[in-house]
Design a protein around this ligand. Sequence first.
Ligand SMILES: [Zn+2]
Length: 337
Amino acid sequence: MTLTTSPVAAPPPWLAPHWAALQRARASGRLPHALLIAGPAGVGKRLLADLLIRSLLCQAPGPDSLPCGTCQDCRLCAAGNHPDLVRLGPDPEGKSDEIKVAGIRDLVESEGLTPSRGPHKVILIDPAERMNPSAANALLKTLEEPAPGTLFCLIAERVHLLPATVRSRCQRLILGLPQEDQALGWLGGRVAGRDPRLLLRLAHGAPLRALALADADLLARRDSACAGFVAVGQGGRDPVAEAQAWGDLSPRVSLEWLGGWVSDLLRLAADGRAAYLSNPDKREALAVLAARLDPQAGHRYLQRVLAARASQDNPLNPQLLHEALLIDWAYLARKVT
Ligand SMILES: [Zn+2]
């Protein structure tokens, strides 16, 4: 999470009700000691957590309890040095992407839970579902006996991966996707020169993800990868060569694109004039392939892509994964029904 500097903007409209509810809870002394902010990627979980944390640590919150952005505490937060904000996440330099027990133990055994500058101490665990079982266990004990003034803020996209014992000790704040009009209104002014509707569609309705997709290089890369996928399907491109060309794509990105294209192929195979596509800008190219797709085999293929996406925390060699998926795709697409 990057903490921005002043001025501090109000939360986007779809988060405003959550923000207001948190401030009401705070004003009446009912802010939980453990908060689990959950929801799909790109919906604003970290943005909301960031605002809440800064607001708690700020010496002079302004209207709507927004952090002032200029006091010493706000500056420490922005610099990532506030002593009363502890972040726990996977070690970026480590081999594993788990949150290990050592970090939680250090925190519990040291004076890490006592605020040093103001009334609040915040422990941010992000992404919380990456805690390994021992880490979750160690946290549990602390969640049962919270230190006064301490807020545990857990962020998770896949809440079901958190132990039920941890979930049940947190107050859950679930962020949903905003209405399309609301998201477009917010996105429109931020993606000059790009089609906000297309970006939002590509981001499955998640506005912050749509904003990240507005990157021109990434959009161009998607165009070329999609052209390669279509060419493989038409027999005009060797799947192994295309997999090599995907060497710059992390499976996190490529599998999401691939899943979206195959889903659209199935929609078009069922109805050549399907109104909703995840990739409306690729309708023409995908329609040609959809016309000859065996839907059953297509569904099986989509399941494979989704399964590979779900296990992407422990990826195979990305090159091998791309090869296997593109070879299968070539085989599937050339089979005439
Ligand atoms: Zn401040």
